[in-house]
Design a protein around this ligand. Sequence first.
Ligand SMILES: [Fe+2]
Length: 368
Amino acid sequence: MEIFQADTEIFAGIDTEKVLDQISCKKYFFMTDPMMEKIGMSKKIEDILKRKGIVYEVFSEIEVNPSLDSIKKALEKVVEFSPEKIIALGGGSTLDSAKAVSYFMGRSGIELPVIAIPTTCGTGSEVTSYAVITDMKNMVKIPIKDNKMIPKIAILDPEFTKTLPKSVVADGGIDALTHAIEAYTSKGANLYTQIYALYAIKTIFKNLLKMFENIADRDSRVEMGKASCIAGFSFEKAGLGINHSIAHNIGGKFHKAHGRANGVVLPYVIRFNSTDLETARRYYEIAKELELPANTIEEGAKSLAIAIEVLNERLGIQSCVRDLGVEESLYRSLIPEMAEVAMNDICTSGNLKRVTLEDMKNIFEMIY
Ligand SMILES: [Fe+2]
């Protein structure tokens, strides 16, 4: 049986004001982060709402890793203000925060749909049912998953990605690529999720470097916005794999950007997973689609790993954990713990190739 249902209405490459014109809402809770305020992006939304004479309240106390405390604060304001909808403008953290607020309101019987306007191209959070919140007191990340959290509307407006720093373009783009490749090769993949994943992979290979090298190129920003969103659709349904399980540890333990950690790990994981014939065959299919050398399954899988190494290099993404500036003795001492945590990460269960704790330790050794 194969099921595919997309729940978010997507507006791509369009002016946000035109989309908001079509939505009937008299009272918005507008969630954004301090950076968006600083660079004047949030003002663009406020100007639209002012022009339309819509009542709104701004909440911009969102951290890089959104905490339970800031969600609580936002919830208190929402209860006091009683808006009809949330507009979320920002990266994954802001969208996740808005989704969490919507989730908790929903638990108390109040529906609060989210309109997501991503300002990075990567997480796919605008179409997924996941949000990650950090409990600062106990220093644990709390993943929430609920279909009701999927944003009702996503606006992929290239206006909001035109000042992205290069490193953020690289990290986001490679994160989206990892989503698509892991989704294509995951246990939960089916025809529908694979069509989405393959489209995302091709689009990212065609546009990520263009966007990285020239952020003024509107077309590549539009295409990357669509690709990361479509990759999000795909992994939402198909799941991910050990690349994310490993990257979650590198990111969490050494405070490295999520996308960057994924990019560093990706070629190693492709080579490891290629020892499984079915996974290798899927890498080969991707390689063929990208017109890489792929006369045999083995050659195709190898070509994909090499193509990602080349892409990483051009994006300035390091080729090993050492080059991320992680100290060796500390890293090595943490391998047993990280391998254990990675084994229990929810993404590991989606990996087609069976992985043992020993395998996991070996991969952690190799990537250093
Ligand atoms: Fe990711």
